[in-house]
Design a protein. Structure first.
Length: 362
């Protein structure tokens, strides 16, 4: 397997793709009507862990070595390889268990791209990678809003690139090729804060909601559907419009929450630590709204469950990265705690959301 997509330049000085990585996000396909739907097919993916051997393990090791991790490229998933994967996961803001699961594999693929390695343009499925996040960071630092700094080349990033190209006298085609990259690097200036954060803060400060006016998506894997419904019920009893959505695929959950046009999203999950509340932080950007909501929930939970250690963590989970509204992931290790303390957790979430919509503290 190739570590990166190959490219060759065309007559305009851009590059065209020659191959694709092993794993890709679920494609979006056009329906026969006026709507779009997420294709239900999900490629089969087998996680790799300590003790596994084979070319897939060698490919993981090759990608780790390219990122600066010292591992033997021998095709054996040794303790040293597992430790390197765990370190990568920690730095990347994904669950750090040392197993190369689908989320980790996708992160490894995306981390292998630097701005200029390939041409970027709007397509489906959308480009994802560290080259996209660097493009978004540079555009935002210059005052062109690319939307969420999430490493996904979507319509808002294409629009921001168009505006940049127009302002510097390049063809405004939304294609980030060699000439555009050179111009970005020439005029790049680092501002004190990315424009996305500035606009997110301004929007939330100007918008005040009561809980009764809000729509909240409560999303979870199937195993936590009952706990999610208890939280949704608590929110509905206090006037909110709340919908419980369950799926094993975080990207699907994010898509459905976006379709709902929710004002906030609460994600439930099992964790590798006691109690953890995660918000979006990655690609040199932290969501001020997500961080504020996470802090408010942590404050309420600490008061309700003082005997359970709680940590706040910035992460790049798909549910945090791909949602368009303030989102937090509430993660608890012990299944019994989800069952016995679900009403307490629901009350904490409701109180935190009530305060957040009135005063987000950002």
């Amino acid at each position: 397997m190739q570590r990166r997509k190959g490219s060759q330049e065309n007559s305009r000085g851009y590059a065209k793709e020659l191959s694709t990585p092993r794993a890709q996000p679920s494609p979006v396909v056009e329906s026969q009507g006026d709507t779009k739907s997420t294709e239900p097919f999900t490629p089969v993916f087998r996680s790799n862990r300590e003790g596994d051997e084979g070319p897939e393990v060698a490919d993981i090791q090759s990608r780790l070595r390219a990122l600066g991790y010292e591992v033997e490229e021998d095709g054996r998933y040794s303790a040293a390889t597992a430790a390197a994967v765990s370190e990568f996961q920690t730095k990347r803001g994904i669950p750090n268990h040392g197993v190369c699961d689908k989320i980790t594999w996708m992160a490894l693929v995306e981390a292998g791209y630097q701005l200029g390695d390939r041409v970027l343009y709007l397509k489906r499925p959308m480009f994802r990678g560290d080259d996209v996040s660097e493009l978004q960071y540079r555009l935002g630092s210059l005052g062109f809003d690319p939307g969420n700094l999430d490493g996904i080349y979507g319509p808002k990033t294409a629009k921001a690139l168009n505006e940049f190209q127009f302002n510097v006298g390049l063809p405004a085609d939304g294609i980030c090729g060699r000439t555009t990259v050179q111009e970005l690097k020439r005029v790049y200036g680092r501002s004190s804060e990315h424009i996305r954060g500035v606009r997110e803060r301004a929007y939330l400060r100007s918008r005040r909601l009561s809980l009764a006016e809000a729509t909240v998506a409560v999303v979870s894997p199937h195993e936590l559907e009952v706990s999610a419904e208890i939280i949704s019920l608590r929110l509905r009893q206090n006037g909110a419009k709340s919908l419980n959505i369950s799926s094993v695929d975080q990207s699907e959950l994010a898509h459905l929450a976006n379709e709902l046009k929710a004002d906030a999203c609460i994600h439930l999950e099992f964790s590798t630590s006691a109690v953890q509340i995660a918000y979006y932080s990655g690609f040199s950007y932290t969501s001020p709204a997500g961080q504020s909501l996470a802090q408010l929930i942590a404050q309420e939970l600490t008061a309700q469950l003082p005997s359970h250690p709680l940590t706040l963590r910035g992460m790049t989970l798909p549910i945090l990265r791909e949602t368009q509204m303030p989102t937090v992931s509430l993660q608890i290790q012990a299944p019994s705690l989800w069952v016995t303390q679900a009403p307490v957790i629901a009350e904490s979430v409701q109180l935190a959301l009530t305060q957040f919509f009135q005063d987000p503290r950002i």
